[in-house]
Design a protein around this ligand. Structure first.
Ligand SMILES: *Cc1c(COP(=O)(O)O)cnc(C)c1O
Length: 379
């Protein structure tokens, strides 16, 4: 472990504390922020929001992009517009960040958890198929959970740490069962599955630009879709459902103030310009880590899987022997190298503990063993 601490200090060329993930502002950030302030349009309208939405859609290959105030709100609106209603159910993976389940809960819907694949750490098509076959039936083009009698309206796979899950297979299963596919692509900007950008397989994809993500707007998110009507609805619902008028405040439904401020969009436009170089840097870092861990029997570095190109947002390892995990965390953090275990399973959190779930052996295996190691773009 001393060897590892030295290795990481050498990479980041410092003996000071090395955080898990620091943002990098190496481009036009200050210029665009100054432009934005000079224009006085720092808030909910402005050219940077429009520019970002256009640039982003082009980057990921979707028809439309709608900027939002954060990733959770992007997920919330995506689920609403997929038709999820109060008391419906939404399938997702037990191994995810809590925001996925919070967004489901904002609607009054209930999460149902299936397992992940060991290699991708994302929702397992086999587990999904098995859960549906064992527990559900299609009646009048709706997927009904036979145990709870509720409608399973949507499925939200998540691309863990930027490693794409087998989302094409998941899409086929969802289509067969009349379930809407919404991708939580919060961690996977720049990650492709079978040469198609993550987030573009479902009706909606949601991304986050929180401070710890691969690019950041301080806080922010975006919804992508290829459906023009849904894109218009998404924009409308995220901007207080204001009916266009020269001066009157007319709003024709209860909606949300989920719009990304122009100031944040200015920062984000500059960050997006650097995405390719950030990813190249992170992929090189992954190679160095891979080589370092190659001759260790008890630690496995998590590599991108077949058919995928990962952004390697957060680098991750599997500490095979559970007893060594806490020692590893203890030693590295004490010695100035920040490391952090993966999330607790969602069905183990108080608010979701009564949720229905499938066998979660893979999720449990990973929960007990996966650790993130420093992943910032190397300067
Ligand atoms: C970051 C993240 C989100 C959204 O987070 P915000 O902080 O709301 O932008 C959602 N899902 C996952 C898996 C995430 O990692």
């Amino acid at each position: 472990m001393t060897k590892l601490v030295k290795f990481i200090q050498a990479i980041y060329k410092t003996k000071k504390f090395i955080p898990l993930h620091e943002p990098r502002f190496l481009g036009n950030e200050k210029k665009y922020l100054n432009d934005c302030i000079d224009s006085t349009f720092v808030s909910s309208v402005g050219k940077f929001v429009d520019k970002f939405e256009e640039d982003f859609a082009k980057k990921v290959g979707s028809k439309y992009a709608i900027a939002t105030v954060n990733g959770t709100s992007a997920l919330h609106i995506s689920l609403l517009l997929s038709g999820v209603k109060s008391e419906d159910e939404v399938i997702t993976q037990a191994l995810t960040f809590v925001a996925t389940c919070n967004a489901i809960s904002y609607i009054g819907a209930k999460p149902v958890f299936v397992d992940v694949d060991l290699d991708t750490m994302g929702l397992s098509p086999e587990s999904l198929k098995e859960f549906l076959n064992d527990n559900c039936e299609v009646i009048n083009k709706e997927c009904i959970n036979k145990t709870t009698k509720k409608i399973i309206k949507a499925c939200v796979p998540m691309h863990t740490f930027g490693h794409p899950c087998k989302v094409d297979e998941i899409k086929n299963i969802c289509d067969e069962w009349y379930i809407a596919l919404v991708e939580d692509a919060a961690e996977s900007l720049g990650s492709y599955y079978k040469n198609k950008h993550t987030g573009t397989f479902g009706v909606f994809g949601a991304f986050s630009f929180n401070g710890n993500k691969i690019i950041t707007s301080g806080g922010g998110g975006v919804i992508i879709t290829d459906d023009e009507e849904l894109a218009k609805r998404a924009k409308y619902l995220t901007t207080t459902a204001k009916v266009p008028h020269k001066w009157e405040y007319v709003h024709d439904e209860i909606a949300y103030n989920y719009r990304m401020p122009n100031l944040n969009a200015a920062l984000l436009c500059a960050q997006l310009e650097q995405l390719d170089s950030f990813i190249k840097n992170k992929r090189e870092l992954a190679l160095r880590y891979e080589k370092f861990f190659d001759d260790m029997d008890d630690i496995e570095f998590i590599k991108e899987t077949k058919n995928s190109t990962a952004n390697y947002w957060l680098q991750a390892i599997v500490v095979k022997n559970i007893e060594n995990r806490d020692d590893f965390l203890d030693f590295t953090n004490k010695n100035g190298v920040m490391t952090r275990p993966i999330w607790k399973l969602m069905n183990e959190l108080e608010m979701f503990k009564d949720s229905q779930h499938s066998n979660l052996d893979n999720s449990k295996y990973l929960e007990q063993r996966v650790i993130n190691i420093p992943s910032s773009v190397v300067l």
